[in-house]
Design a protein around this ligand. Structure first.
Ligand code: GLY
Length: 337
């Protein structure tokens, strides 16, 4: 019996440590999300659904074109996220949610699975594309994370594009902010619970990609949570919570209630289960989202991509804006179909 146990253990360790595919063996793949949340069918009109799907599709095609032309997974991740940051539809870049003070504060991170290098920014207010700044932190500074004014000072030195704060504002997000303020007043909730109306937390964007060299990368960008205050930072810029990539295991980008994703180190946990327990990306994501996150009371979702091209888009919320392109396979979806 003990021998059988040891044999099975050795077998699963072998599968966890099996040789990575040779460059070009695994299919070029890009997987994206545009946020998870209370996305019940019927929430959007057919034309709104079409607009979301079309932007998701554009982001997928933009990232996939980078991979097809021999570009790095890191470049594909950045390019696809920029498309979503520039769209008013998502809670990242233009279209970010509002803080309690009625401002926009943005967080982002990126990680290279080949080198395990990572970069992140939090609480930036004038950078058009925070994902580009996160990458600059990774590649052109000795640091992993920069915040607020210091991050923007660095952005100036690096020649990144600045915008007025008003650039990020959209009428839809402003209305949602006003209604969240009213709702909170009418419910007379205290500071501890404030800023957390269930429907106002989501819309983060994220991308994971696998390139022709067999390298993985992941990135995430967000405006955070409506009514956030005190310089609140969510999971999106936290390496291991919102973003993680390692060629030895997988690449992950998270979306959801950031406080839970930070406490559970969601992205790292999924990759650790793949690396050390020999789980498939589907098994690891299933455990982390439907057991650990669910049991802790949090909600949201992840996109996960393994070094063999296995991928999963898993969430415990009603829906998640998401999409994948892998060779001839191309899908975009919103609801739990
Ligand atoms: N998941 C985004 C945030 O909580 O800020």
């Amino acid at each position: 019996m003990i021998r059988l146990g040891l044999f099975l253990l050795a077998l699963s360790a072998t599968s966890a440590l099996s040789a990575p595919p040779e460059p070009g063996e695994a299919p070029l793949t890009i997987v994206i999300h545009g946020g998870a949340g209370a996305l019940e069918r019927g929430r959007y009109t057919p034309s709104e659904e079409a607009a979301y799907k079309s932007k998701l599709s554009e982001a997928l095609d933009t990232g996939y074109a980078v991979l097809e032309s021999g570009g790095a997974a890191l470049d594909a991740v950045e390019a696809a996220i920029v498309v979503m940051e520039n769209s008013p539809l998502f809670n990242a870049g233009k279209g970010a949610v509002f803080t309690r003070e009625g401002e926009n504060e943005l967080d982002a991170s990126i990680m290279d699975g080949r080198t395990k290098a990572a970069g992140a920014v939090a609480g930036v207010t004038h950078i058009k594309n925070p994902i580009r700044l996160a990458r600059a932190v990774m590649e052109r500074s000795p640091h992993v994370m920069m915040i607020g004014k210091g991050a923007e000072e660095f952005a100036k030195e690096q020649g990144l594009e600045f915008v007025k704060r008003s650039y990020f504002r959209t009428e839809a997000r402003w209305k949602a902010y006003k209604s969240a303020v009213e709702k909170e007043k009418s419910e007379k909730r205290g500071d501890k619970e404030s800023g957390l109306p269930h429907d106002f937390k989501y819309g983060t964007v994220g991308v994971v990609a696998l390139d022709a060299n067999g390298d993985l990368a992941a990135g995430t960008s967000t405006g955070g949570m409506t009514l956030k205050r005190y310089g609140r930072v969510g999971d999106a810029p936290i390496i291991g919570a919102g973003t993680f990539a390692d060629n030895n295991s997988c690449a992950v980008s998270s979306t959801g209630w950031g406080e839970y994703f930070i406490r559970l180190t969601i992205a790292r946990d999924i990759c650790a289960q793949v690396e050390y327990a020999g789980k498939t990306v589907a098994e690891a994501a299933n455990n982390v989202i439907h057991e650990r996150l669910q049991e802790s009371g949090g909600d949201g979702g992840v996109i996960v991509l393994g070094r063999n091209g296995d991928y999963v888009m898993e969430f415990n919320s009603a829906g998640m804006f998401r999409g994948v392109r892998q060779g001839e396979v191309k899908e975009v979806a919103i609801y739990r179909d």
